[in-house]
Design a protein around this ligand. Structure first.
Ligand code: ADP
Length: 453
């Protein structure tokens, strides 16, 4: 395979699922050979079948395979990989892993361990964001150690408040106290959930915004001081704080608001001295943006930004990690059209219960503007061990209306049988009047759509 010798010789992909496949495709497009790793449960996975080399790193349990740092480093050394892409989830936001990778003279495709560490601790992240000029959700000044302090803070902030885990992620370790009466229970349950999920019961308090939207900005920085933003994504359609349906651009921002938040995000990225791809997440309410966190990795929903900007974010990420300069300036980035991503999970569309099992029929949609990033194929067995995301449907249209109609058409063509999938949920979503008008907040899916279903 022909390879640009100034970039990496071989990339090990320390992940599974759609992101492993996505990194594999980007590496291929750059002419770089890949090494896939897999657990014994994933030996038939697409990221294994398509890789140049693959290494089995352990049994199905993630803690013994995809989270096994020793096994991953050994696989990289044995295969001669000079870079590791951590993907999304698993070790992608583990600063120790990034440090260990770098210590073996292997490039970690991501930001510095220091940035991962700061942004991974949400209390430290809020402080860093504040220093970088970003507006915060009003809240406690750092960690809240006990109920007495929590009561004092909550009185100052004003109810409702949300208690959040400093090490939180994936929507876990968050509890709302609507009034003072709920605080004691919410405080202790947030702490115990945080301890169980992250091994750290540090929590902090924030004002609980009642009807915000989740809007995030994609930023990108090289090691030569160049920073750009790649516009925003609207990710308000969530269940249990997990994104389900995303759009780019947001249907409600004016061009002035878009410009304001984009520029603010790039300036902050520059002040932070950040390197690589990152996403700054905000809650947006009444024309105000409030920083909630920065994700120091690729996002699941990155393809909608790719559709609208025409850029390949993963190829660019790999090039930047190898020391290349950003080869486009902010003013050269053209945002064109509209894109939607539907996350297709192996789960029931009404009960949301997981639905693992063998796929007998897999018929993906096609036609103009339709992209499928799927890990499944006919005969593939969806494993009960991992995340239920089995496919992403990404649709592009010259405007939002065209995009919504196309998404509907693509969903109608899409067949995955006999397991349950969220295709059914998305079919109902795309023709819903609130989705069509763009009139929704982070509460809409659970409190309006599912509530009335
Ligand atoms: P995680 O890292 O677990 O994903 P985030 O801080 O990114 O946590 O928040 C995830 C989601 O939780 C947000 O998109 C939003 O729906 C909700 N959320 C977080 N903070 C607040 C808040 N202060 N008020 C209302 N909703 C919030």
């Amino acid at each position: 395979m022909k390879n640009d010798t100034s970039i990496f010789k071989k990339i090990l992909i320390a992940n599974r699922g759609d992101v492993a496949l996505r990194v594999l495709r980007a590496s291929r497009d750059l002419g770089i050979p890949t090494v896939s790793v897999h657990s014994t449960a994933d030996s038939d996975a697409m990221h294994v079948k398509l890789a140049d080399e693959s290494v089995c790193i352990g049994p199905p349990k993630s803690s013994e395979s995809y989270l096994n740092i020793q096994a991953l480093i050994s696989a990289a050394l044995v295969t001669g990989a000079d870079a590791i892409h951590p993907g999304v989830g698993f070790l992608s936001e583990n600063a120790d892993f990034a440090e260990i990778v770098n210590a073996h003279n292997i490039t970690f495709i991501g930001p510095s361990p220091e940035h991962i560490r700061t942004m991974g601790d949400k209390v430290a992240a809020k402080q860093a964001a504040k220093n970088a000029g970003l507006p915060l959700v009003p809240g406690s000044n750092g960690e809240v150690k006990n109920l007495t302090d929590a009561e004092k803070e909550a009185d100052q902030i004003g109810y409702p408040v949300i208690i959040k885990a400093a090490s939180g992620g994936g929507g876990r370790g968050m509890k709302v106290a609507v009034t003072k009466k709920d605080l004691s229970e919410s405080f202790s349950s947030a702490r115990s959930e945080a301890k169980a999920a992250f091994g750290d019961d540090t929590v902090y308090l924030e004002k609980y915004l009642t009807n915000p939207r989740h809007i995030e900005v994609q930023v990108f920085a090289d090691a030569h001081g160049n920073v750009v933003h790649l516009g925003e994504r609207e990710c308000s359609i969530q269940r249990r704080h997990q994104k389900i349906f995303e759009e780019c651009p947001s249907p409600i921002l004016s061009s002035e608001q878009r410009k304001r938040i984009g520029e603010l995000s790039s300036q902050a990225t520059k002040k932070l001295g950040y390197l690589g791809l990152g996403t700054i997440e905000y809650l947006y309410e009444n024309d105000e943006f409030f920083f909630i966190e920065m994700n120091t990795r690729l996002q699941v929903e990155h393809p909608i930004t790719e559709m609208v900007t025409g850029l390949d974010l993963v190829c660019e990420q790999i090039k930047i990690a190898s020391g290349s300069k950003l080869n486009f300036k902010q003013e050269e980035i053209v945002f064109k059209g509209h894109a939607i991503e539907c996350r297709i999970n192996a789960e029931n569309s009404s009960t949301f219960l997981p639905s693992p099992g063998k796929i007998d029929t897999f018929h993906p949609p096609g036609g103009p503007g339709v992209r499928i990033d799927a890990i499944v194929y006919q005969g593939y067995k969806v494993s009960p061990f991992y995340d239920s995301l089995i496919s992403k449907l990404i649709v592009y249209g010259k405007d939002r209306e065209t995009c919504l109609l196309r998404t509907q058409r693509a969903l109608e063509e899409f067949i995955i049988e006999p397991i349950d999938t969220s295709i059914e949920l998305h079919k109902k979503l795309v023709c819903n009047k609130d989705i069509k008008s763009g009139n929704y907040s982070i509460k809409w899916l659970e409190e309006t759509f599912l509530h009335n279903a």
